[in-house]
Design a protein around this ligand. Sequence first.
Ligand SMILES: O=C(O)[C@H](O)[C@@H](O)[C@H](O)[C@H](O)COP(=O)(O)O
Length: 260
Amino acid sequence: MAPVKSRLCKTKKEMAVELAEYTADLSSKFCKERDKFTVVLSGGDLISWLWKLLEPPYIDSIEWSKWHIFWVDERVCGWDDADSNYKLAHDGFLSKVPIPAENINAIDKGLGAEGNAELAAERYEECLKDKVNQNIIRTHKSSGFPQFDLQLLGMGPDGHMASLFPGHDQINEKKKWVTSITDSPKPPPKRITFTLPVINYASYNVMAVCDIEQADSVAAALNHTKDVPAGRLIADVEVVWFLDQAAASKLHHGWWCSIL
Ligand SMILES: O=C(O)[C@H](O)[C@@H](O)[C@H](O)[C@H](O)COP(=O)(O)O
C-alpha cells in the first residue's frame, strides 16, 4: 500500500510554502515524463493555501500550459454563483496563471445553473472519459479507473472529503466515476463528487488541513479510531497530510513522533 505521510507546519504560511514546493516538484516530474500534469482541486480553504505558487520562483518556472485542471467535487450551481468551487478557484488561482482555457474542466455550465445534479455528474464522468480517450488522463492498469497525477484535497470537521459525507451512501459507490448528492449536510445541498475509487487511484493525494475544528477528525482518520471518509484516503504512490499544529493536536504520541 502507498505510504501515508504527514508534514506538520507551524503556520498556514509555512503550509503554503510546503504545498507549493511539493506541487511544483510533481509538476516538473510529470511534465518531463508525460508532457502534461493532471491536477484535481477541491473547494473550501484549499485554494487560499495555493498563493505561494503565484509568486517567484514558481509562477515563472512551472510549465502552466501543460496543466489540466479538474474538480474532485463541485456545488451544482452557475459558474458565477458565490457557492461555485470553479469560481473560487478561478478568482483565487486560475485567473492568475497561464493555463489554457481548454485545459480547465469545470462542471457543465448549463446543468450547473439548472441545478441538475444527477445529469451534471453523468456529464462530468463523460468529460473524464473524453480526456482518457485523448490520453490526457491516464487509467489505472487493472481497474480501468482514471488515475490523476495529483489531487489537492481538504477535509471538513466531520471528516468528509470531496462530497463524500459520513453516513451518506456516496462513499460506497464502486462503479461510477462521478456521483451526485442532493442532501449534503454542508451547504449547498446539491453537489457532484468523484467516487472513492477515483480519489484513491490517484498517483499522489495531498490532504491539507488547518485549525482546531478539524483536530478530532484528523485523529480519527489517521489513528483509525473512527470511520470517517477521509480515513479511507489512499493513493497509488503516496498520500501526504499537510497539517498545522492545531489540526494535528489530537493525534496520538506515536504519530507525533513520526512527523517531528
Ligand atoms: O465543496 C466543498 O465544500 C469542498 O470541495 C470540500 O470538499 C472541501 O474540500 C471540504 O469541505 C473541506 O473544506 P474546508 O477546507 O473549508 O474545511
